[in-house]
Design a protein around this ligand. Structure first.
Ligand code: PEP
Ligand code: MG
Length: 885
């Protein structure tokens, strides 16, 4: 097997291994590819990743074969360039760079100008006619080689350069003359000898092997190991080494160097985009010592810049570059990120790779390239990261604005917002009615805060994870939310709070970035999203290619409309408890909970019935023609309980019952572990009148809306937190009975489905039996994750981050489904459910229904639909299409 592959000159590219990134690394494969299609690539060779690994396992020793192959390849480069390595008259110089399978920025630096020594530098000076250039190149080489290969402190060299400039009264490197550089080279060599105990290597072959060894060994450096761990890169990949003839962008005014993109990486526009510098070497562009110039005339003019663009200053080289851009795009069928050098008027390509891009650019490029015929629709769909769409649907912080960051919490719901701090939901509503922007800050939120969350522009909580109440509700409403920000501590009685070490009071302005979890002082300007035509086009293509349906989790008509606008094909989860908190209702709900007996409860429920019926009718109207899954009451009753004295007093007055009595009832209802307590179907089993009222409201509303004309409503009634078949049987019979009653009263019959959520491990295991009672299953993976992992979803925020940092969970399991564990429960329940009831409809309505990786898993298991919060619907549509391709 070959250890080294040549490129450029008369190289032969017939071995397919050469263009295989796993063998020659990303850079090496692309250099061969570019040279192979006839682009001007300086000749060179790539040592394979396999050789780096065998060097390391051999105890850092080169094999004889590698030594022989490198010698032969060096001869290839010498032939192609017409110069000899180490030639005192006209020396060949090379660069040595690492190149792993994927780019690993900063893992290993580059060594440029290798092959210079005290003799060849004179030859370079004489031959190029640029003495300054030769000595500058030599000092750069010593500096880089000492840093990267000899591992000496680079600060010593920088210090010497600074002193040299100071002594001569210079401000910039540009002012240094040939003999200034020559003197500095002498000083650099002294530093090397002092630090190393040996002189700087003068033998060019020793230089080359030293650099190759350093690249090989860099694979095992601490920073490479950290980078690999953070990016899940296996240690067994190894890195390739690229040795390439140097070309010089610093050979005077007809030379230049630059970086460029074939399209604008921030907007996606089809214009050449990049920066370049006359008379400079690669690192000068990025180092920021000189201000880079614009590539095109149009850009320079738009920016009002004085220095000429490359198009104007070097029209020939620019014309050649433009030709190369087009060739590369047609070849790679993607936007390329390029490094180039112009040496005395001639263009050379040093690197190409697929360029990083913003969400907006990714979308535009995918659609444009499909329209141009460069890629097909399937490829266009796969090109856009579904999560990146989030950036397009919400306002984001102006990237150029200053930020005074106070602390960080979990990025619970994307978007950015500024407003006055308010510490309770009523104040939020009050101030927002006065047209003020407010940010609701709470220790954690409860269903009681819904109206305040709705009124607020953003939500910040000190506690709670990614599926805490605040996070779920905020995502549903499309409000930015930062949750679990432990740096926040609230003093409600003083109406103040601390964020980190800073003190704030209610009314002070803060800004939240729900995409990063950052909390900032004051107002930071935001940019509104632009849902341009490309978005709709890509979504249409995605819809054509996906198999699974996409529904939404929504309960207010507003959210339903938003979700429908985003393409939701029905409601997968309507959490009815959210409707119990509207101002007029909460007292009836509390009266129901605190009633002493069934008749008391029924009286209170009677007051709620018309309200619920109205809610459902509105939802059915908004979602006309689409399926709607309505879940009966789920959360523990105490969530609705009054807590403040005024609330008890108000209730006591409206019910004519003493405050003490109410407080005693409240104490009786206290639970130690409400998440595992009196909630879900257990409420329906113990207080059937609650579910009877809700079922009645659903069927009456369905009859009412059907009677208005249009498509008949087909309600799907969902029973939460079922663990046994018998629970579902009892409650299904209850729903059937109520349906029958309503149909008789209304003189019309409607189709409807009764189904359940699978959100307890027992339910998943017993899905075969439970399916006998169910027409559909919806996986409630929030609770299923909570119960399978034994991790409280409301407390996870406090300890899950270190778990993810340590790799115990690859991702927050409340965000991305724990496929290995919880996934097994889903898969098994789907299989067992289908075995009993082959046409059972299967969906998911946990937060994972809006997470692309989890959606891919749902496709694999064969679920019929996913349900996501309104703003995640487009993400789910795209992710479902990608999963199906
Ligand atoms: C779930 O548990 O996944 C679910 C959707 O229900 P909730 O989040 O309301 O408990
Ligand atoms: Mg649940």
């Amino acid at each position: 097997m070959k250890t080294v592959y040549n490129f450029g000159g008369d190289a032969d590219y017939s071995d397919p291994r050469q263009k295989d990134k796993t063998v020659t690394g990303g850079k090496g494969a692309n250099l061969a590819e570019m040279a192979g299609i006839g682009l001007p690539v300086p000749p060179g060779f790539t040592i394979t990743t396999e050789e780096s690994l065998s060097y390391l396992t051999r105890g850092e020793a080169f094999s004889d074969k590698l030594r022989a192959d490198v010698a032969a390849s060096l001869a290839h480069v010498e032939r192609a360039v017409g110069k000899r390595f180490g030639d005192p008259e006209d020396p060949l110089l090379v660069s040595v760079r690492s190149g792993a399978r994927v780019s690993m920025p900063g893992m290993m630096d580059t060594v440029l100008n290798l092959g210079l020594n005290d003799v060849t530098v004179e030859g370079l000076a004489a031959n190029s006619g640029h003495s300054r250039f030769a000595w500058d190149s030599y000092r750069r080489f010593i500096q880089m080689y000492s840093d990267v290969v000899l591992e000496l402190d680079h600060g010593l060299f920088e210090e010497a350069l600074e002193i040299a400039k100071e002594d001569r009264g210079y401000f910039t490197d540009v002012e240094m003359e040939a003999d200034d550089w020559q003197k500095l080279v002498g000083q650099f060599k002294t530093i090397v000898e002092q630090e190393r105990g040996e002189p700087f290597p003068q033998d060019v072959h020793e230089q080359l092997w030293g650099a190759i060894a350093a690249v090989f060994e860099s694979w095992e450096s601490d920073r490479a190991k950290v980078y690999r761990r953070l990016n899940s890169i296996p240690a067994g990949w190894g890195t390739a080494v690229n040795v390439q003839a140097m070309v010089f962008g610093n050979m005077g005014e007809t030379s230049a160097t630059g970086v460029a993109f074939t399209r604008d990486p921030s907007t996606g526009e089809r214009t050449y985009y990049g920066e370049w510098l006359v008379n400079a070497q690669g690192e000068d562009v990025v180092a920021g010592i000189r201000t880079p110039q614009y590539l095109t005339k149009a850009r320079r003019e738009a920016a009002g810049a004085d220095l000429p663009s490359m198009e104007e200053a070097m029209p020939e080289a620019y014309g050649e570059l433009a030709r190369v851009f087009d060739l590369l795009e047609t070849h790679y069928r993607d936007m390329q990120d390029i490094e180039f050098t112009v040496q005395q008027g001639k263009l050379w390509m040093l690197q190409t790779r697929s360029g990083k891009r913003t969400a907006k650019a990714a979308l535009k490029m995918a659609v444009d390239m499909a329209d141009e015929g460069l890629i097909d629709q399937e490829t266009a769909i796969l090109r856009v990261d579904p999560m990146a769409l989030d950036q397009l649907l919400h306002p984001t912080l102006d990237p150029d604005a200053e930020r005074d960051v106070l602390g960080k919490g979990l990025p619970a719901s994307p978007g950015a917002a500024s407003g006055k701090i308010v510490l309770d939901a009523d104040t939020a509503e009050l101030w927002s009615n006065r047209d003020e922007s407010v940010i609701l800050v709470r220790v954690e939120t409860s269903p009681e805060d819904i109206h305040g969350m709705h009124a607020a522009k953003g939500i910040l909580t000190a506690r709670g994870g990614m599926t805490s109440h605040a996070a779920v509700v905020a995502r549903g409403m499309g409000r930015p939310c930062v949750s679990g920000a432990s740096a926040v501590s609230i003093k409600l009685d003083e109406r103040t709070l601390r964020i980190g070490d800073r003190e704030f009071k209610e009314g002070d302005i803060i800004t939240l970035d729900g995409a990063t979890g950052e909390i900032m002082a004051g107002q930071v300007p935001t940019i509104e999203p632009e849902l341009a035509g490309d978005f709709g086009v890509l979504m249409d293509w995605a819809d054509k290619h996906r198999r699974m349906g996409v529904r939404t989790n929504a309960e207010t008509p507003d959210d339903c409309r938003t979700a429908r606008g985003f393409g939701a094909e029905g409601i997968g989860l309507c959490r009815t408890e959210h409707m119990f908190f509207d101002a007029g209702r909460i007292s009836a709900v509390r009266a129901m909970i605190l009633a002493d007996d069934e008749s008391g409860r029924r009286a209170a429920l009677h007051r709620l019935l018309p309200e619920q019926r109205g809610d459902f009718a509105e939802i059915f109207r908004t979602m006309t023609g689409l399926p709607c899954t309505i879940r009966l009451l789920d959360p523990p009753l105490h969530e609705f309980m009054p807590t403040r004295d005024e609330e008890f007093e108000e209730l006591s007055e409206s019910l004519s019952v003493g405050v003490d009595h109410l407080k005693r009832r409240a104490a009786e209802l206290h639970e130690f572990n409400p998440m595992l307590g009196h909630r879900g179907c257990r409420l329906g089993i113990t207080f059937p009148e609650i579910y009877e009222m809700q079922a009645r409201a659903i069927f009456e509303a369905a009859c009412e809306v059907t009677a208005e004309g249009g498509d008949p409503v087909v309600p799907e009634v969902m029973i939460p937190l079922v663990a046994t078949r018998r629970e579902l049987e009892i409650l299904r019979e209850l729903v059937d009975r109520v349906a029958e009653e309503v149909f008789t009263e209304q003189g019309r019959t409607l189709d409807y489905l009764v189904g359940t959520m699978i959100e307890l491990p027992r339910a998943a295991l017993m899905a075969g039996e439970i399916a006998q009672e169910a027409r559909f299953f919806s996986f409630g993976t929030n609770d299923l994750t909570q119960t399978a992992l034994g991790v409280s979803r409301d407390d996870a925020g406090r300890f899950l981050a270190p778990y993810v940092d340590k790799g115990i969970y690859a991702k927050d399991p409340f965000v991305s489904l724990d496929i290995d564990g919880v996934g097994q429960l889903v898969e098994l329940a789907a299989e067992r459910g289908r075995a009993t009831t082959p046409d059972i409809k299967l969906g998911i309505c946990g937060e994972h229904g809006g997470d692309p990786e989890s959606i891919a898993f749902c496709e694999k298991v064969g679920l019929d639909y996913v349900s996501a919060s309104p703003y995640r619907v487009p993400i789910a549509r795209l992710a479902a299409a990608q999963a199906a391709l």
